[in-house]
Design a protein around this ligand. Structure first.
Ligand code: HEC
Length: 122
């Protein structure tokens, strides 16, 4: 083993490093695509906001506000009319209030839930 026994190892190492760099670019590309998909998913508006709001509330709110929104660890949401207007409800949904955390709903979904809650208000 005279000469340059390290050359094969060096070549392997360089190929490995090049592979790592190119794979991370592939990863960045895929991530950019995923982000693009996510922004596309936000709809302009719901065709039937009240029905959409009911569905979203069924996923995002009942964990704390009860299965029929009649109250659990969070207060009942069935009599908001007169207490909060539409924009205030959107604000609570998006920013949280007191012990309630912000829910991370986008503007369109928060608007739909607010419309739904006012529609079921007694
Ligand atoms: C992690 C539990 C939790 C989740 C999830 C949650 N809430 Fe709440 N919410 C609370 C709590 C607790 C309060 C009482 C906050 C306070 O005043 O301290 C509250 C208060 C509210 C109020 C004010 C009620 C009143 O009478 O003052 C509204 C409106 C409301 N939530 C709407 C929603 C909506 C709509 C969703 C779903 C998009 C939601 N919340 C999801 C826990 C939650």
């Amino acid at each position: 083993m005279k000469g340059r026994p390290l050359v094969p190892f060096a070549i392997t190492a360089i190929i490995g490093i090049l592979l790592m760099i190119s794979l991370s670019f592939v990863g960045l590309d895929q991530r950019a695509e995923m982000n693009a998909d996510e922004t596309e998913e936000v709809p302009e508006e719901h065709e039937d906001p009240i029905a959409a709001g009911e569905e979203i509330a069924g996923k995002s709110c009942i964990g704390c506000h009860g299965g029929d929104l009649g109250g659990a660890s969070g207060p009942a949401l069935t009599a908001l009319e007169g207490k909060y207007d539409h924009d205030e409800i959107v604000g609570i949904i998006q920013n949280g209030q007191g012990a309630m955390p912000a829910t991370g709903l986008n503007d369109v979904d928060a608007d739909a839930v607010a419309q739904y809650l006012l529609s079921i208000s007694e």
